[in-house]
Design a protein around this ligand. Structure first.
Ligand code: AHR
Length: 317
C-alpha cells in the first residue's frame, strides 16, 4: 500500500516535471464487488454505477461474483492488495463478512455497502447506501390489505435466501399482515430473485393450491419473479392481475409494461442510481467529514394508472 502510494507520488512528480496534467494522476481507484446479474434491476444498477464512475473520472475495478459470497470475499481481498481508495460491496447475503471487513478497515480502505446490508458491527464499514427493505415489505402489505379489504390468502416469492433484501422484505410484509386476521401466507419459497425461479416456484404453488383457485395474490420480493409468476399463471389458464393480484418491488421497465397491460397491480420502486452517493461518501471520508451510517434511497409505490407513461419514460419506447 505504502509502496503503491510512493510510486504514485513519484509518477505525479514526473508528470509535473514533464508538464503533464496532475488531474489524471489524482484519479480515485475504487473496487466494486457486484453480486451478479440475477435481475433487470441489478443490471441497471451495475450500468448506472459504471456510468457514474466514468463521469467522475474514477478508475472502477469491477468484479462480478456470480451470486457467490466466496467470490466477493476474494474480490475484496484483491482490492485491498491493490491498495484501492475505496470499495463498494453489494453483499449477496447478510452474514459472514466480519473478517474481510476488518481486513479492509485495518488497511485504511473505506467500504460502502451498496443496496444490501450486512449483520456486522457498523464500525467495520463507512456507510450503507440502500433503501429500507422492511418499509418496502410493509408498503406492499398495506397496499394489498387496502385492495382486498384485509381478506386475502396469498403466496410469497422470496428473494435470495439469507440476503437482507429477502429477510427484511419478508419481515416488513409479515408485520403488517399480522394486523389482519383474514390475511394469510399460504406458501412462501425462494425464487432467487430470477424470472425463471419465480416462474418455477409459482408453478409449484399453483399445483399445490388446486390450480390456483384459492390464491388471492402473489407478493414477489422483486419484479423479475413477479414477471415469471405472470407466465406461470397464464399457462395455468388464469388471468394474472385479475384472478390473482400481483404486487412486487423494483420498478423495472418490464413491470410497467405488465401493469399497463393489466397483468400486475403494483410495484415499489427501488432506486438503482446508488453510485453518486457512494462515491460522495468516500470523498467525504477522505476529507475527514462525518458520513451517516445509512444513506437512504427509498422509492414510491406505482399503480397501473401511470404505468403506460412510466414505461414510455423508462424504456424509451
Ligand atoms: O438487493 C436488491 C434486490 O436484488 C432487488 O430487488 C432484486 O431485483 C435484486 O436482484
Amino acid at each position: 500500500m505504502k509502496r503503491l502510494k510512493k510510486l504514485a507520488f513519484a509518477g505525479a512528480t514526473m508528470c509535473i516535471g514533464m508538464g503533464l496534467s496532475v488531474a489524471a494522476q489524482a484519479e480515485m481507484i475504487i473496487g466494486f464487488s457486484q453480486i451478479g446479474s440475477e435481475s433487470g434491476w441489478r443490471t441497471s444498477e451495475t450500468a448506472s454505477i459504471k456510468a457514474e464512475a466514468e463521469k467522475r473520472g474514477i478508475d472502477l475495478k469491477f468484479s462480478d461474483a456470480q451470486q457467490k459470497q466466496e467470490n466477493q470475499i476474494k474480490a475484496v481481498r484483491s482490492f485491498i492488495a491493490q491498495g484501492v481508495d475505496g470499495i463498494l460491496l453489494a453483499p449477496v447475503v447478510e452474514t459472514g463478512w466480519d473478517q474481510v471487513l476488518k481486513e479492509a478497515k485495518d488497511a485504511g480502505i473505506p467500504v460502502v455497502l451498496i443496496d444490501r446490508g450486512v449483520a456486522a458491527d457498523e464500525s467495520l464499514y463507512l456507510t450503507k447506501v440502500a433503501s429500507d427493505f422492511v418499509q418496502e415489505g410493509a408498503l406492499a402489505a398495506s397496499w394489498l390489505a387496502a385492495k382486498t379489504s384485509g381478506v386475502c390468502d396469498l403466496v410469497e416469492l422470496q428473494g435470495t435466501v439469507g440476503s437482507s433484501a429477502a429477510n427484511d422484505r419478508k419481515a416488513g410484509f409479515q408485520a403488517v399482515i399480522d394486523n389482519f386476521p383474514s390475511m394469510k401466507i399460504l406458501r412462501s419459497q425462494s425464487g432467487d430473485f430470477t424470472r425463471s425461479g419465480g416462474k418455477e416456484v409459482m408453478e409449484s404453488f399453483l399445483k399445490a393450491e388446486n390450480g390456483g383457485k384459492g390464491i388471492c395474490a402473489v407478493y414477489a420480493h422483486n419484479d423479475d419473479m413477479a414477471l415469471g409468476a405472470v407466465q406461470a399463471i397464464k399457462e395455468a389458464g388464469l388471468e394474472p392481475g385479475k384472478d390473482i393480484l400481483i404486487v412486487s418491488i423494483d420498478g423495472v421497465p418490464d413491470i410497467f409494461k405488465a401493469m399497463a397491460d393489466g397483468e400486475t397491480n403494483a410495484s415499489i420502486e427501488l432506486n438503482p442510481h446508488l453510485g453518486g452517493p457512494a462515491f460522495d461518501a468516500i470523498n467525504a471520508s477522505k476529507d475527514g467529514k462525518d458520513v451517516p451510517k445509512w444513506i437512504m434511497a427509498n422509492g414510491p409505490l406505482y399503480l397501473p394508472d401511470t404505468a403506460a407513461e412510466e414505461y414510455k419514460k423508462r424504456s424509451g419506447n
